[in-house]
Ligand binder design. Sequence first.
Ligand code: MG
Length: 165
Amino acid sequence: MTHPRIGLGWDVHRIEPGRPLRLVGLTLDPDRGPVAHSDGDVLAHAVVDALLGAAGLDDIGTLFPDDDPRWKGAAGPALLELAVAALADAGWRPLQVDAVIIADRPRIAPHRDALRRALADCLGLGPGDVNVKGKRTEGLGGLAGGAGIGCRAIVQIGPLGDTPR
Ligand code: MG
C-alpha cells in the first residue's frame, strides 16, 4: 500500500455565549464558542478524523473519548499532533488538506490565511498544501443563525519516507 490515500472527516458543535471559539489555536470569537468536552475545535476535529480515516485507523471518538478526563478541554492542535503521530506509527504522513467551515458567524473569510498557516504548522505542511474556507448556511439547518459551527475536511496522505512532492 504505497499509493496516496484520502480520508474524509466532519464535525459539528453547538455554539453558546460565555466561551471562546478557538480553531487551531486561534481565537475567532472570545465571547461565543462551542459546547464540547474538548475545546470544540471543529476544524482540528474534522481534519483529525480525516487523517485517521485515510490511514484506516480508529476514529476520533474512539481515540479521544469524550468521557475520558484526559481529553477535557483538549486543544485542537494537541489532538492534531497526536493524530500525526498515530499516522507516523502506521507509516503515513499528511500530504494535503482541504477544509470548509460552515458557520453564519463569525465570518471565516478574514481568518482564512491565518487558519491555513496555523493548520499547516500543526501538520508539518506548507500553507500551499492546506486550504481552509468558510461557507454560510443561507438560514438552513441547525447551524443557521450562529447556533452552531461545523466543518468538513478531506485529506490526502502518503507513505512516510517517500520524498516530498
Ligand atoms: Mg468535535
